[in-house]
Ligand binder design. Structure first.
Ligand SMILES: Nc1nc2c(ncn2[C@@H]2O[C@H](COP(=O)(O)OP(=O)(O)OP(=O)(O)O)[C@@H](O)[C@H]2O)c(=O)[nH]1
Ligand SMILES: [Mg+2]
Ligand SMILES: [Zn+2]
Length: 328
């Protein structure tokens, strides 16, 4: 089993401790206590590692916060009859509800400290066309992606992700071409140092803070703008053909990266180093905050797309069918 904290392949030690009525599950490598539901139902809800990679202030933490807000506050469960999510331990519950409350109150999270983070563990059941699974969210400070040595020290979780999530805020880069290539280069070198191969990984490039990109989404890129503004969660109620639309948008964003950003080197390096490369575009807030405060209620745009991409890439087609069938 994959330990949800240190991400080593382990067999949990089942121990009975005084004061605890039930057995607890300990990782022999990091000595953390795995959530009982995680280890007991491991086969039914296999882990999917979601690791946010990106420079400081590019929107990693706000993205996850907005996802948790969406899962708890919006009406997905009305439209997807079997859908629900569940935090698997106290930390995860605190993160999910705490973030939803914070965004509701118009506040934003602080910058994330540089450390090896503890995961937010969420059981996801009944996402249309996707197998049930445990999502393990890892988020650390963007400083860890400035240098390969930092990445190795604090962001080792990236090696276990089947799909890497590269979060890039174009408006925050002085020179997007150079900035994107630097992030990718650092990531590939860091993965090598960790003894992992990017060639075994899929790459999902996510353009964040899309609300600030609107002025560039005109003319040839107007359809991307339309996709974004129509991108409230309600659009996901009609999930037939949704993945095909995501693929279409990914192709358009590839062209955008090539023609508008002129990031040819980034594209060539991404294609040469990863199993596959896909793009999505999101706005976690939907509007520009006023400093550290939100002046209006958030309107997240397309924020489930990156998660759907990761799920698409984490399970093969037959595996997905088998798991759906098994779940019934
Ligand atoms: N306009 C706009 N601003 C955003 C959006 N998401 C985040 N921001 C802004 O970007 C800032 C940084 O976002 P974070 O998610 O904290 O960035 P981070 O990548 O986690 O940064 P570190 O933790 O320092 O690595 C926020 O405080 C917001 O001001 C968005 O969707 N739209
Ligand atoms: Mg952060
Ligand atoms: Zn462990």
């Amino acid at each position: 089993m994959l330990c949800s904290f240190c991400l080593s392949d382990v067999r949990f030690k089942k121990e009975k401790t005084s004061g605890n009525l039930a057995s607890i599950y300990l990782c022999p490598t990091c000595n953390e206590q795995a959530p009982a539901l995680y280890s007991q139902d491991y086969r039914k809800y296999p882990p999917v590692v979601i690791s946010a990679v990106g420079f400081r202030q590019h929107g990693k933490t706000v993205y996850f916060a907005s996802l948790f807000y969406t899962l708890k506050k919006l009406t997905l469960a009305r439209d997807w009859p079997e859908f629900f999510t569940m935090g698997l331990n106290e930390d995860s519950l605190d993160t999910v509800y705490g973030n939803a409350r914070m965004l509701d109150a118009g506040a934003l999270p602080d910058s994330t400290p540089k450390n090896f983070p503890r995961p937010t563990m969420i059981r996801a059941e009944g996402i249309p066309m996707q197998p049930d699974c445990t999502l393990l969210f890892f988020d650390t400070g963007g400083e860890c992606f400035e240098k390969p040595t930092q990445l190795v020290q604090f962001a080792g979780f990236v090696r276990r992700a089947k799909a890497a999530l590269l979060l890039i805020s174009i408006p925050d880069l002085e020179d997007p071409r150079a900035g994107m290539q630097k992030l990718l280069n650092t990531y590939v070198v860091g993965m090598g140092e960790l003894g992992a191969k990017t060639k075994d990984q899929h790459l999902i490039v996510v353009y964040t803070k899309a609300d600030q990109l609107v002025s560039r989404l005109t003319g040839r890129w107007k359809s991307l703008y339309t996709y974004l503004v129509q991108g409230s969660v309600d659009d996901l109620a009609q999930h037939n053909g949704y993945i095909e639309r995501m693929e279409d948008v990914s192709d358009q964003l590839y062209d955008f990266t090539e023609e508008e950003l002129q990031a040819h080197e980034f594209l060539n390096a991404a294609e040469a180093n990863f199993k596959s490369v896909n793009f999505s575009i999101i706005s976690a807030l939907g509007t520009e905050p006023q400093g550290a405060k939100l002046s209006v209620r958030i309107v997240p745009r397309r924020i489930l797309d990156p998660i759907l991409w990761i799920m698409e890439k984490s399970f093969s087609g037959p595996e997905r069918l088998l798991r759906r069938w098994w779940a019934w």
